[in-house]
Design a protein around this ligand. Structure first.
Ligand code: N2P
Length: 362
C-alpha cells in the first residue's frame, strides 16, 4: 500500500508545478497601452498569471512572429500588418465560442477591421487611433507665429517650416509604412500606392526635411514631448495625450497638443490575435475575452486615451475622452482619415531600403 501512495504523492508533487505553470498567458502588447490594474484584475479573477512584454513597432512584432516559437499567446499588431500575417498563416482562427464578449464589439469597427481580417476570423480590435502630430504649443507658436496654422503636415513636411522647429527638436516614428503613407498623402498621392515613382517622390520629400529631424523612434517622444526635450513629433494620438497629461501633471507650464492635420491622417486598428504556435490557447482566449468586457475596455481607454473597439464600453468611457474630437473624431474629421492596406513583400523591400536611406540621410 505504501508504495502506490508514495508514487501517487510523488507524481502529485511533480504534477502540481506543471499545473501551476499551465496557468499562464504570454502577452505581447504595445507599450503604454493598458490601465495599471488590468493585469492584476485578470489574474485575481482567473488565476492565470500574465507574462506581459511590450513593443513599440509593428516591424518588431512581425520579425518575432516570422522567426516562429515566439512563445506568445496574444499579440496586438496593427491591421495593416496583421492582414499579411494572417495570409502567411501566422495566426490561428479565434474560437468564438470562447469569446462571448465579442458581442460587445462595435459593429462598425468589426466591419472596418474585416477589411484586414476577412470575416473577423482571426482577430478582434483592441483600440484604434490616428497617427498625427504632437507639439509643444508655446515652442512651436514662438517659432512659427501666433497666427500660424498648426493643424497641417507642413509642420513636418514643409522644409522651410520644419527648419524653424529644428532647434527645439523634431522626432519622427520609426515606422516606415506609416511615415511613407503620410508623406504620400501630403503630396496628394494615394497613401496606399505601391508605385516606385510615388515611393521615390515620398523619399525625396523625406530627404528634404531629414536635416531637421533629430531622431526616429516610436516611443521616446512621449517622455521628450512631455518634458520639453522636443517640440514636434509625428506620433500616435493616445501617446501624445499621455505626454500631454504628464506635462500638465509636472506643472512646469509645458502644454502639449495633438492634431489630426487637415490633409488627413492614418486611422489604424490594433488587433488581438493568437499566434498559430501559441502554447496556451485557452488562456489566450480567456485573456482576450476579459479585455473585451465593457468595464475593462473602458478602464483601459480611460487610462491610455485611445478609442475602444468595444461599443458596449462607450457609456463607461469618461466624457472628456469620448467627447474629445482627437480621440473619437467627428464625421467631418473622420472623412479625412485613410486606412492603410498591407504592403506586398516586394514593395516592402523597396520601402525598407528607402527608409534606410532616409534615416541615414543619404
Ligand atoms: C500605444 C501605441 C499604439 C499605437 N502606446 C500604434 N498602433
Amino acid at each position: 500500500m505504501r508504495t502506490p501512495l508514495a508514487v501517487a504523492l510523488a507524481s502529485l508533487m511533480i504534477a502540481m508545478p506543471a499545473m501551476a505553470q499551465d496557468q499562464v498567458v504570454n502577452v505581447y502588447n504595445w507599450s503604454d497601452y493598458i490601465a495599471e490594474d488590468t493585469i492584476e484584475k485578470f489574474t485575481a479573477e482567473t488565476g492565470i498569471a500574465v507574462n506581459y512584454d511590450v513593443f513599440d513597432s509593428n516591424e518588431i512584432v512581425e520579425a518575432k512572429l516570422l522567426a516562429g516559437n515566439s512563445g506568445y499567446d496574444v499579440v496586438v499588431p496593427s491591421g495593416f500588418f496583421l492582414e499579411r500575417q494572417i495570409a502567411a498563416g501566422l495566426f490561428q482562427p479565434l474560437d468564438k465560442g470562447k469569446l462571448p464578449n465579442l458581442s460587445n464589439m462595435d459593429p462598425q469597427i468589426m466591419e472596418e477591421t474585416a477589411a484586414h481580417d476577412p470575416g473577423n476570423e482571426h482577430a478582434v480590435d483592441y483600440m484604434w487611433g490616428t497617427t498625427g502630430l504632437g507639439y509643444n504649443v508655446a515652442a512651436v507658436t514662438e517659432r512659427l507665429g501666433a497666427d500660424a496654422d498648426l493643424a497641417t503636415w507642413d509642420l513636418l513636411f514643409d522644409p522651410q517650416t520644419v527648419a524653424k522647429l529644428a532647434d527645439c527638436g523634431v522626432a519622427v516614428l520609426d515606422a516606415p509604412a506609416e511615415v511613407y503613407a503620410a508623406a504620400l498623402n501630403y503630396l496628394g498621392l494615394d497613401p496606399n500606392s505601391e508605385s516606385e515613382e510615388d515611393l521615390a517622390a515620398a523619399e525625396e520629400l523625406l530627404l528634404s526635411v531629414r536635416p531637421h529631424i533629430r531622431y526616429f523612434h516610436s516611443s521616446q517622444y512621449i517622455d521628450d514631448l512631455g518634458n520639453g526635450e522636443i517640440c514636434l513629433a509625428m506620433g500616435y494620438s493616445g501617446d501624445v495625450f499621455i505626454a500631454q497629461a504628464a506635462a500638465a501633471e509636472a506643472g512646469q507650464g509645458v502644454e502639449i497638443a495633438y492634431t489630426i492635420p487637415k490633409e488627413g491622417a492614418l486611422k489604424w486598428f490594433d488587433m488581438f490575435a493568437i499566434p498559430a504556435d501559441a502554447p496556451n490557447v485557452d488562456n489566450a482566449h480567456a485573456f482576450i475575452n476579459f479585455m473585451l468586457r465593457p468595464d475593462i475596455a473602458a478602464a483601459n481607454t480611460n487610462y491610455v486615451y485611445y478609442a475602444s473597439g468595444n461599443g458596449a464600453a462607450l457609456e463607461l468611457i469618461d466624457d472628456e475622452v469620448k467627447n474629445d474630437p482627437a480621440i473619437y473624431p467627428p464625421a467631418e474629421v473622420a472623412a479625412n482619415l485613410y486606412p492603410l492596406n498591407a504592403h506586398s513583400p516586394e514593395y516592402d523591400e523597396l520601402l525598407t531600403r528607402s527608409w534606410t536611406r532616409v534615416k541615414t540621410g543619404q
